[in-house]
Design a protein around this ligand. Sequence first.
Ligand code: SF4
Length: 138
Amino acid sequence: MSSTPCCGGNGETLVFTCAGAAYAGQLANHAGIDLMKAGKAKLFCVAALAAELPEKLDRAGSAGKRIAIDGCDDHCCRKIMEKVGVPVDIHVAVTDLGIEKQPAEPHMLVHARRVVEEVENRLQGGASPSAGPTCCCG
Ligand code: SF4
């Protein structure tokens, strides 16, 4: 279990994605890559959290902000994070943006910009009310 410092942690913004096999899951991961390329967040391994690797749990728990991007309303990424005690500050599900969960196909990344824009909006406007507590002080 990670320790989760209050009020901003180490200031790092991390993005986790479900990286599921479906179009929506791959789109979620592509959006995470785009956020990393744009310098908005560092891409981090949700699988390492599921494996409960201590150093990964500590870094995730110490981050200033954690973004979870899921492909669909199964919310696998968010659930993994919550299961291991890593708070989710911003959560976006691709299918909530009107993008269908379909089987993977070669040209499936055309919607990534839409997901990135949604995360950027949340970063500017604060955490989603559904994302749960962002600080242990209040
Ligand atoms: S959230 Fe949906 S797309 Fe992502 S891994 Fe889970 S079932 Fe697959």
